[in-house]
Design a protein around this ligand. Structure first.
Ligand code: AMP
Length: 751
């Protein structure tokens, strides 16, 4: 036979549970040592890998090659540690631990494990959830579902203590993470998460660190040793801080004596009091309290609406935790569940269930911000809570989880001057959920058009205040000429799956076929999303802000886009490897205006950019460049010149200025400072305007591409000379919708 299990993959301890075939109730499966909990610690010893209490003892006594608390770095690509020179990520270590847990559970039950529900902190982002799934797969487990730890604990509690209409605040303080979740016990045994918040870098370890701090100070003043500056001495103190914390957490314990033996000094004993401990950690509790209040505020409730507070996680055993919560909520928190086991037991309950189907997006806009519409959730302060009862069977209990983080994408605002987080799925929305949304962006008729989607997790309007877990690139996009309406429209479908993992699909406006999409690593420097939309250098090549305008009968509508010039070949001259000083160039401001199908550079910054751009346009395109030019600042780089050309129009300008040519003939001689306007219209009409005066006009039809060049050229200095650039990648997009229209996200697809 094979069984399904629930696994609590904890920061400090892990546990495995299943549904006992006889009692039909969740039960912990003991590990190979006969214990219900397995410390999440690994020791690498002489080619062997050791788990459990032996590894924990080795870790606590400061032995080498021991790793613990690696869950805190889940989803981080960098190695968590190096053992004998070999790198291990948190995901690798979690895979090893999960494999050990699987093998122990299979040995204890005599069954093979068919699939598993694994728990994660509610506040885990998509990448951390994905890393957990990959770790489980690497451990030979089939993941049935990832559920949130507080929800699992609430299930274990709800099975025996169901009270319809109750709002339970699950306060989950573990070894490395903190989650607070408000759950609602609805009709028919439906347990719904309402709101959740957390900090996955806050947990028992932080309390240990404060104890360590107090002890080190005390030992140093007794011994005059430099403990902080000596790794070996410090590890003696850090190894004992958790057990000191537990001693101080025991009932009626007001103070404890702590002895340590330091090499070269001998034994020394100091005292630490409970009052000191509490005083030195009060700020940590306040941080958890602030998140509890935030969760209630988001749900539109007050502390009076909380029916009960449920304690979960080993750190809630510190007596100051329930005392603090009692002060905050004016009621004694419940400790009905074993805080160490409840999460695994709840996961086991979920392992007996089928996964839910996708919910429709249900949003409302409050004060301009998209939030979850909870009007149908059954949540109300005015409904009385029914009497407690035991649910007779597991099938009477259903879990409905929510998204901890809003999901959005980086888009450019309607005015085209800044990037913002366009929220697609708000925080605290029931999951799984999917929503499709239309975006428009500029494409080129001849290029391989690509659209970059930067996914955001977080509520903030500023993309830089959110997590950017993924960058996707959609390709194979057909150029659509839409006349008055600018740009090509793409529908993008965003989903949070049952596990809280994000997925992206894209389709051409009316197509039923998904466009090819690939995931790329998020560039290390994404600071441009915090700046106005202007010329930028990016990781992908050269990027300039584009202004795409269309003239309607009433007004000139301008849309700004950012575009990436890829396939760029730079010729680099290395005599002077770095730019001597950006200030030496007075940065001629280039403002290029283009018509509907046309492109242009604006905010062009000659000292910052790698000195130029070349672009080809279709001869039938209308194109217009307008800019203020100042070439006097070229002089620190003798021999350098500004090269300008648009088809028939060309110029080669030095610090003294130069000639503007039209089809090879000079139409104007300019000083270093002037205002230039060049245009190409009607399939071949070239016009040049200098300082507001027309100086030349010539018609020449052409079937071949028209060359557009704009750049600083220098042959012996640091500068880069652009040799080719083609527009092939439009990297940003705008939501389709008029002002005041929230672009309702309707037409989802699910195949
Ligand atoms: P969890 O991640 O839920 O397994 O919780 C582990 C955390 O609970 C660790 O930081 C432990 O030090 C802490 N913990 C466990 N038992 C106690 C206790 N009796 N008193 C204080 N903290 C405890």
């Amino acid at each position: 036979m094979s069984i399904s299990v629930g696994i609590d993959l904890g920061t400090t301890f892990s546990a495995v549970a299943y549904i006992d075939p006889k009692t039909k109730l969740p039960q912990i499966i003991p590990n190979g040592e006969g214990n219900k909990l397995t410390p999440s610690v690994i020791q690498f010893l002489d080619g062997d890998v050791i788990f459990g209490s032996e590894a924990e003892d080795a870790y606590n006594s400061g032995e080498e090659n021991c790793v613990a608390t690696f869950k805190r770095e889940m989803g981080v690509d960098k190695p968590y540690c190096y053992i004998d020179g070999k790198p291990y990520t948190s995901e690798d270590l979690s895979a090893m631990l999960l494999k050990h847990l699987r093998e122990d559970a299979e040995a204890a039950t005599g069954e093979t494990i068919k699939d598993a529900v694994i728990t994660v902190p509610a506040y885990f982002y998509s990448k951390e959830r994905e890393a957990t799934i990959r770790a489980a797969k690497a451990a030979g487990l089939k993941v049935k579902k990832i559920i949130d730890e507080p929800n699992a604990a609430a299930m274990a509690y709800g099975l025996n203590h169901w009270r319809e209409n109750a709002n339970i605040l699950v306060y989950d303080l573990g070894g490395g993470t903190f989650d607070v979740t408000l759950v609602h016990m609805g009709k028919n045994g439906v347990l719904s998460t309402i709101t959740t918040r957390g900090n996955h870098k806050l947990g028992g370890r932080d309390w240990d660190a404060r104890i360590e701090d107090i002890l080190v100070t005390r030992f140093e003043s007794e011994t005059e040793l430099d403990i902080r500056g000596d790794r070996e001495l410090l590890s003696i103190v850090s190894g004992m801080s958790e057990s000191v914390k537990k001693q101080l957490s025991a009932q009626n314990m007001q103070a404890t004596k702590v002895s340590a033996s330091f090499p070269g000094y001998g034994k020394v004993t100091v005292t630490i009091t409970k009052a000191e401990f509490e005083e030195n950690t009060a700020d940590l509790l306040d941080r958890t309290g602030a998140l509890c209040l935030a969760v209630l505020e988001e749900a539109g409730l007050t502390h009076k609406d909380v029916t009960d507070v449920l304690l979960v996680g080993g750190s809630t055993r510190m007596p100051q935790v329930p005392a603090y919560l009692q002060r905050l909520f004016n009621k004694r928190p419940l400790s009905h569940v074993n805080p160490d086991e409840a999460v695994a037991l709840g996961a086991a309950i979920q392992s007996s269930k089928e996964n839910e189907s996708y919910a429709a997006l249900s949003v409302q806009v409050v004060d301009g911000k998209k939030t979850t519409d909870r009007t149908k959730s059954g949540l109300s302060s005015h409904v009385s809570v029914r009497a407690e009862r035991k649910l007779n069977s597991l099938s009477m209990l259903t879990l409905r989880e929510t998204t901890a983080h809003a999901m959005g994408v980086v888009a450019i605002n309607d005015e085209g001057n800044h990037y913002y987080n366009e929220i697609i799925i708000p925080a605290n929305h029931p999951r799984p959920v999917r929503a499709a949304k239309k975006f428009r962006f500029y494409t080129s008729p001849r290029a391989n058009n690509e659209l970059a989607i930067y996914v955001l997790q977080g509520d903030s309007e500023n993309p830089l205040d959110c997590q950017i877990p993924y960058k996707y690139v959609v390709n194979g996009i057909k150029h659509v000429n839409r006349g008055e309406k600018i740009g090509t429209v793409i529908r993008i479908q965003y989903s949070y799956d049952v596990n809280g993992v994000i997925h992206i699909q894209a389709r051409q406006e009316d197509s039923t076929v998904d466009l090819p999409i690939r995931r790329e690593s998020v560039p290390a420097d994404i600071s441009q999303f915090g700046r106005p939309v202007t010329s930028e250098n990016t990781d992908q090549g050269f990027k300039v802000g584009l202004q795409i305008g269309t003239r309607s009968s009433q007004s000139l509508v301008h849309k700004y886009k950012a575009i990436t010039f890829s396939n760029v070949e730079w010729v680099k001259y290395d005599n002077i490897p770095t730019h001597p000083s950006g200030a030496e160039f007075n940065e001629p401001t280039v403002h290029v205006i283009a018509n509907e199908e046309n492109i242009e550079f604006h905010g062009y910054n000659i000292s910052e950019m790698n000195e130029g751009v070349r672009y080809t346009i279709d001869p039938s395109d209308d194109f217009e460049i307008e800019c203020d030019i100042n070439t006097s600042t070229i002089s620190p780089h003798p021999g350098g010149y500004l090269e300008i050309s648009l088809g028939l129009i060309s110029a080669h300008l030095t610090e003294n200025g130069g000639d503007i040519l039209l089809d090879g003939a000079c139409v104007a001689t300019v000083a270093p400072r002037f205002h230039l306007k060049m245009s190409l219209t009607n399939g071949g009409q070239y016009e040049v305007e200098i300082d507001g005066k027309a100086v030349g006009s010539k018609f020449k039809a052409s079937n071949s591409d028209v060359d557009v060049r704009f750049g600083f050229v220098h042959e012996s200095h640091y500068c880069h000379l652009l040799s080719h650039a083609y527009v092939s990648d439009i990297s940003m997009m705008q939501a389709v919708g008029q002002e005041g229209d929230d672009n309702p996200d309707t037409d989802t697809w699910d195949d």
